[in-house]
Design a protein around this ligand. Structure first.
Ligand code: SF4
Length: 73
């Protein structure tokens, strides 16, 4: 489960986030580059929350191999 205490510092404010355990597999950033950005080390972070299709976030949460994508209620 993604750890909100370890949010990547470049996440924009909002419920969805990527934590620092990202291993740069590129899954979320390749599927939804409008939502997930890459830092200089190719680690992912959420750069856009204004997306109508929540399934893109849910896909990333379910497909991340290290469970680095999460949502705070
Ligand atoms: S799917 Fe997970 S490990 Fe892969 S780039 Fe996204 S956050 Fe990182």
């Amino acid at each position: 489960m993604a750890d909100p205490q370890k949010r990547h510092p470049q996440n924009v404010p909002g419920p969805w986030f990527v934590d620092t355990s990202c291993i740069s597999c590129d899954t979320c950033t390749d599927v939804s580059p409008e939502i997930f950005g890459r830092d200089a080390a190719r680690k992912a972070f959420v750069r856009e929350h204004r997306v109508d299709d929540v399934s893109l976030f849910e896909f990333a949460l379910e497909s991340c191999p290290v469970e680095a994508v999460g949502r705070e209620e």
